[in-house]
Design a protein around this ligand. Sequence first.
Ligand code: 4AD
Ligand code: MG
Length: 467
Amino acid sequence: MESVKRTKIKDLLKAEAGQEVLAKGWVRTKRGNKQVKFIALNDGSCVNNIQIVADANNFNEDLFKKITTGASLSVKGMLVESVGSGQAVEIQAKEIEVLGECDPMRFPLQKKDTSFEYLRTVAHMRMRTNTFGAILRIRSHMANAIHQYFYNKGFVYLHTPLITESDCEGAGQMFQVTTLDLENVPRNKKGKIDYAQDFFGKQTSLTVSGQLEGELGATAVGEIYTFGPTFRAENSNTPRHLAEFWMIEPEMAFYDIKDNMDLAEDFIKSLVKYALDNCYDDIKFLNDKYDDTLIERLKGVADTEFVRLPYTQGIEILKDAIAKGQKFEYPVDWGTDLQSEHERYLVEKHFGKPVILTDYPKDIKAFYMKQNEDGKTVRAMDVLFPKIGEIIGGSEREASLEKLEGRIDELGMSRTNLEWYIDTRRFGTVPHSGFGLGFERLLLFITGMQNIRDVIPFPRTPKNAEF
Ligand code: 4AD
Ligand code: MG
């Protein structure tokens, strides 16, 4: 059977009719009558199936019994123009081999639409659905787009550690990494856990962000980005939070907050355009199946100029809205962090486009942000998106040694663990900036999915680390 080389279905669907081809894949559906059978075959290379037409007279009847939904096949035949509607070409089968049978009685996916919640419990079958096939392909394309974007700009891809001793965001949401015997934890003279006996000789955790290490890179080679998994033990059971998510963190020497905003806006628009140019079939599938405003929303963002607004003005707009009857679940006050309902109000109702909110109160932001002259705010920037809320968080960094140390002390943080970081301000400090884009938040936007668990192959959330 192997004399003809296998062609992926994605390429078959665009190929010239009139040639002998070999296709392999999984059966999506089978229909037909005593004379002729129609098999829809999919191999995951694209969302579309190729139709296999089999003249029943040419095949053993037992063969068709084994061709059930989910079974894997190898099919050799002629690629011919399709007479039926819906596809340009189909395969007139000459040889069919069942590679793997699939017992219809035990097959976990029934034809009736299965919920996303259910699909999360059957990891293997979930990936075989049209929806997750589309999401996995988009995810992979977007990872590629990100590397391409920074590569073309001459950024250095920096690999920051996953195991670290520092809590970059200072939110205390770290997963501890230890090889200590939890049944019999060693104690020191003071009765405290003796981390000197732990694997690294100190207390370590999984990283919440590669930024601090990224700043070392940027203040050495100029412009870097990281792209890797990050971990947060925040007990947030929301459609926008994961305990393990991927983050892209560019960090640039000699960039001020304005340069940082310009880069963030250009970056995310380029990614949306890339998705429309390179993943159109999959996006169209999701648009037509779940959310027919998706493509419109993507084009809207790609073509529009983002609003840039200080936090203080954002609060005024929200307070104004409340005075005019707008209801929010959480209160709005200067000094409190915005909830996603507030962010979405600004983006979706008030401005009707993405908003970059800047100059947040220092007390709700991390220690490393550049302090403004007013003594109350910092040069932070959050990019807020329709349907999502915060998609990017970033800032200009505090470049002054004195001010940085002052803030660390003010917050009661330990300087000893951070000396390696503070050194960047001691020896040739420079203005610099950066931001973090949550990869799954980006994918939520691009796919139009409702729940962040459904844009990552194996979601990790509180009380859930299956597979
Ligand atoms: O705003 P965050 O916490 O910022 C940082 O970590 C900075 N160190 C970034 C930087 O300046 N280099 O996180 C950045 C982004 C958020 O805007 C959001 O998109 C995403 O990471 N994010 C999450 N995504 C999924 N699940 C979670 N639990 C997330 N927490 C943050
Ligand atoms: Mg943030």
